[in-house]
Design a protein around this ligand. Structure first.
Ligand code: NAD
Ligand code: IPM
Ligand code: MN
Length: 347
C-alpha cells in the first residue's frame, strides 16, 4: 500500500511525523511512504500550493495522510496561490466529497472539555460534512457596485445529486451506529438549504431503519453545547460542517483531538486532523498529535482494510491519556514527540 504523506505547514510536519511512526509501528511491513509538499511549502518549493507532482502522488496513492496548510506570510497572495487551495484542490480534484468528523469524549479528558463534565460525557457523534460544493466552490469575486463601492460575493449552491450522495453517506453512517440522522441546514432563509432539506427528506424512504430529523444550523450550534448527547450523526453542507466540527471539538476536549476522513465514492480517502497549521505554536513541540494519529487509525479502517490495527491505535491513545500524558491544549506539558512516543509505547 502506498501512503502519500503531505505534512504541509506550521504544526503539520510535527504531527504527521508522529502519526507516520505510529503507522510504521502497527503496519510497517505493508506500507510504503512517499512525501510531497503542499500549502505554503508547495508554493515555496514549486511555486504552487498544490504542485502537479503532489496531485499526481495523491492520485497514485492508496491513501493520503495530510497535516495542515496555512501560513500568515501567504495571506496577501492572490487566492489561487494561497496555501488553503491545496486542501480545497485535493478534495475537488479527487472528488473527496464525504468528510467524516467523529467527536467523542475520552473519559480521561472530561476536565478538558469546555462543557460541564456531566454534559460533555455524552458526546459521541459523527459530523458528515460535504466537501465538494456549497459557497466554497461557487462563483466568487470582487466587483464594483453601480454606486462605486467594492463588493465581495460568493455564490452558495448545491444540486440535487450532490445532496443525494452526501445524504446517502449520512444515512449509511447512521445505520451503522445508533440509527439517528440529523440534517442541519438553514432552510428558513436559504433556497440552497430548502432543496437540501427536500432531497434528504425524500431519501428517508430508502432508510426506514434510520430516524431522520432536521435542525436549523443556529439551533444546532446551541444544541451542540446544551446537550451534545442528543446527536448520533449530523449531515450538513461544507460551511456549516466546518464551523460545527470546530465547535464539537471543544466539547470533546480540544481541537487537537478530532480526526477526519474524506472519502470518494470508491472509498479512497484523505486523512487529516480537523485543525489547521496553528502558526502560534508551530515549531515548539507543543502541538497535540493525537488528532493526526487518530486520523491514521481511520485510514487503516476505511482505506487499508485493517480495522484491527485501527482499534489498536485508538486503544493506545486511550492508554496514553489514562497514563496522564497531556499536551498543552489539554492542560498538560507533554510535548508533541513525547505524546507520539507514549502512544507507540502503549501499542
Ligand atoms: P488552527 O486550527 O490552526 O488553530 C486554532 C487554535 O487552535 C490555535 O490557537 C492553535 O494553536 C490551536 N490548535 C490547533 N491545532 C492544535 C493542536 N494540534 N494542538 C494544540 N493546539 C492546536 O486555526 P486558525 O488559527 O484559524 O488557522 C491557522 C491557519 O491554518 C490558517 O492559515 C488557516 O487557513 C489554516 N487552516 C488549515 C486547515 C487545514 O489544513 N485543513 C484547517 C483549519 C485552518
Ligand atoms: C478545514 C479547514 C479548511 C476548510 C480550510 C483551510 C480551507 O478549515 O479543513 O476544516 O474550510 O475546509
Ligand atoms: Mn475548519
Amino acid at each position: 500500500m502506498l501512503i502519500a504523506l503531505m505534512p504541509g505547514d506550521g504544526i503539520g510536519p510535527e504531527v504527521v511525523a508522529e502519526a507516520r511512526q505510529v503507522l510504521e509501528a502497527v503496519a510497517g511491513a505493508g506500507l510504503r511512504f512517499e512525501e510531497a509538499p503542499v500549502g505554503a511549502a508547495g508554493y515555496r518549493a514549486e511555486g504552487h500550493p498544490l504542485p502537479p507532482a503532489t496531485l499526481d502522488l495523491a492520485r497514485r496513492a492508496d491513501a493520503i495522510l495530510f497535516g495542515a496548510v496555512g501560513d500568515p506570510a501567504c495571506d496577501g497572495l492572490e487566492r489561487a496561490l494561497r496555501p488553503e487551495q491545496a486542501i480545497l484542490g485535493l478534495r475537488k480534484h479527487l472528488e473527496l466529497f464525504a468528510n467524516l468528523r467523529p467527536a467523542k469524549l475520552y473519559p480521561e479528558l472530561a476536565a478538558a472539555s469546555a462543557l460541564r463534565p456531566d454534559i460533555a460525557a455524552a458526546i459521541d457523534l459523527v459530523i458528515v460534512r460535504e466537501t465538494n460544493g456549497d459557497v466554497y466552490f461557487g462563483e466568487k469575486g470582487l466587483r464594483t457596485t453601480p454606486a462605486g463601492r467594492r463588493q465581495g460575493y460568493d455564490v452558495m449552491s448545491y444540486d440535487e445529486d450532490e445532496v443525494t450522495r452526501i445524504a446517502r453517506v449520512g444515512f449509511e453512517t447512521a445505520r451503522a451506529r445508533r440509527g439517528r440522522l440529523c440534517s442541519v441546514d438553514k432552510a428558513n432563509v436559504l433556497e440552497t438549504s430548502q432543496l437540501w432539506r427536500d432531497v434528504v427528506s425524500a431519501l428517508a424512504a430508502d432508510y426506514p431503519d434510520v430516524a431522520l430529523s432536521h435542525m436549523y444550523v443556529d439551533n444546532a450550534a446551541m444544541q451542540l453545547v446544551r446537550d451534545p448527547g442528543q446527536f448520533d450523526v449530523i449531515v450538513t453542507g461544507n460551511l456549516f460542517g466546518d464551523i460545527l466540527s470546530d465547535q464539537a471539538s471543544m466539547c470533546a476536549g480540544s481541537i487537537g483531538m478530532l480526526p477526519s476522513a474524506t472519502l470518494d465514492r470508491a472509498g479512497k480517502g484523505l486523512y487529516e486532523p480537523i485543525h489547521g497549521s496553528a502558526p502560534d505554536i508551530a515549531g515548539q513541540d507543543k502541538a497535540n498529535p493525537l488528532a493526526t494519529i487518530l486520523s491514521a487509525a481511520m485510514m487503516l479502517r476505511y482505506s487499508l482494510g485493517d480495522p484491527a490495527s485501527a482499534d489498536r491505535i485508538e486503544r493506545a491513545v486511550a492508554a496514553a491519556l489514562a497514563a496522564g500524558h497531556r499536551t498543552a491544549d489539554l492542560g498538560g506539558a507533554t510535548g508533541t514527540r513525547a505524546m507520539g512516543e507514549a502512544v507507540r509505547a502503549a501499542l
